[in-house]
Design a protein around this ligand. Structure first.
Ligand code: GRF
Length: 191
């Protein structure tokens, strides 16, 4: 199976997924797509010999360019790894229950438009939460509201900075995201 990874920034999760699936018999990352021409994920994909498609917000909204790229790379599954734009309806409809997102908090808390990256960890710290974590979920037409597939928790200590929290969250993401995706692809293969 072919996976397309969408990212808007650094792309450390995207890199982790490419590397993991390079050694998987089930699927591989065949394409990386981003809306940000300066995203770190572009260099990572190039270094790992994965084709890259850069699109603008407008191109995503009319979706033809993105849909063409997905089709020409025979993409079966879409993974959002730090992708910050709302995903267009049209593409969601062509990939029913085949689009998976990771959110760096325990949804439904700390989700929704504008809640991403360090902003999430700052709010968790400000609210003196004693735990946080990751949520891996299917994507539907609203931010962070699709069916939850998996969650993993970590403690938050009183003197944890947002950066400390981000580091713990990234560890959970790198550990769990590829495995959870691979499991979903296996399950779907039997439906
Ligand atoms: C990750 O924390 C992910 O949970 C969130 O955005 C961040 C992306 O980081 N959606 P990176 O670009 O994969 O390093």
């Amino acid at each position: 199976k072919q996976i397309a990874v969408f990212a808007s920034g650094n792309g450390s999760n995207a890199e982790n997924l490419i590397t993991y699936f390079n050694n998987s018999k089930i699927a591989q990352v065949g394409l990386v797509l981003t809306n940000n021409p300066d995203a770190g994920v572009i260099q990572r994909a190039k270094r790992l010999n994965v084709p890259v498609c850069v699109f603008s917000k407008k191109e995503l909204q009319n979706s033809t360019k993105v849909e063409e790229a997905l089709k020409s790379h025979q993409i079966d599954w879409i993974v959002l790894a730090g992708f910050l734009l709302l995903f267009p309806q049209k593409i969601i409809q062509s990939f029913p229950n085949k689009i998976i997102n990771i959110h760096p908090a325990l949804l439904p808390k700390y989700g929704g438009k504008g809640m991403y990256g360090m902003r999430v960890h700052k709010t968790v710290a400000e609210n003196k939460e004693t735990e946080t974590g990751i949520t891996i979920h299917f994507v539907n037409e609203n931010y962070d509201e699709g069916k939850i597939i998996f969650q993993s928790k970590t403690d938050v200590k009183r003197n944890d900075t947002p950066e400390d929290i981000a580091a713990k969250i990234h560890q959970l993401e790198y550990k769990w995201f590829p495995k959870v995706i691979e499991e979903q692809i296996k399950i779907e293969g039997f439906q």
